[in-house]
Design a protein around this ligand. Sequence first.
Ligand SMILES: [Zn+2]
Ligand SMILES: [Zn+2]
Length: 431
Amino acid sequence: MNVVTRLAPDQVGLRRDSRQLLSSLVVMLAVATGAPSNIRANSSGAAPDSPTGGVYLPGSEPLGPKEMRVIALGTGMPSITRAQAAASFLVQLGNGENFIFDIGTSALTNLASLGISWKTVDKVFLGHLHFDHMGDLAALLIVGVSHGRNKPLRIWGPTGETDVLGTRYAIDHLMKAYTWEFLSKRGRVPSAGYTPIVEEFDYTKVQTIYDENGVRIKSWPAIHVIDGPVSFSLEWEGLKFVYSSDTYPNRWFVDNARNADIVIHEAFPTVKQLVEFNGMLPESAWPVGTRVHTQPAAAGKVFSMVQPRMAIAYHFINEVRTRQAIFSEIRSTYDGPVSLAEDLMVWNVTAEAITTRKAAPIETIWPGKGRLEGAKVNPAERSFASDWLEGGRLDMSSVDRAMWMQLDEPTRSRITERLPEVGRQLETPSP
Ligand SMILES: [Zn+2]
Ligand SMILES: [Zn+2]
């Protein structure tokens, strides 16, 4: 194995101390041999020799005070599969904060399977406004309230060349699309959580767009189809996470991703894969695979220029027929540590080490709504169905009565006290 000879200082980056170098070496060996690259991060990570060494059991590991956990909520293509949701990455910090970068379709299925309360997920950063990067935004906005978020969802996203191409326009119209949804809930459900705060920022600038509680998030321009897309970095406690969203390799990315611990960059299916598996016409596959997006070997070149402690390639179909070619392409231009992203891959990051594992998803989970703190609803705001429509109800009073009798007395009393109309709903002779 020639892994060691690949570790020439100019390839690895001289900034690492020897301890980090050793970590990288072990990760590389693990990646090269296919073994789980499960290096113990700190006391909160599962030890390699534990029964769960290669698996992250959701909810079982509190983060250390200077530890970051990155979880892939979506790694695939716009055409989602059970195995791969569309683009989305969750960053969890040891201070208890959660950040979502892109929120593609089905990402929330993965989020739910981690048992993370959606009410703690209130900050979303959109790299651009393609469907596969924001398809589940409405779900987080609306269903997040069912999970107990009684404060606005904060959404950061870029401007466009004109107003209608910006994030604010997109969110305004997403809200309009759900007019019926919001009207049907008004006066019945606390509404603070339904009103997002949109922080639109200039896509042309390299700038800090978020600076709170010791967390700094920067954005810079990305090159992807038309004007507007951006990439991001998040820095906290000396750790740096970088996420490309969609982009062709560019100088802003290389400049701003330097010294990062985690660098996630898109690596699109090869042109051959697009033609063979996706049925794309070659004349479409070529520009899409090599100009609109980043081909895997080009992602490898970016990783080589940036030299992260862990490179993560995403935005390809990660299955048995495709992943070897993706890996070979990346390896043709990059020798360092790399993860081929799968949904629910988990990276624990500290100054000392980076571990790579898969989360064991929880198949079924209730939202855990809890009490909406300080929540107020105004029944006077309610809308109702028309009388003619109400008149179409069949008589279900006998099953109502049976359901009523399943409840204990304190529960019945509470309902009777708080829902004055309950008497009307039980207007049936006692059995
Ligand atoms: Zn895109
Ligand atoms: Zn995309």
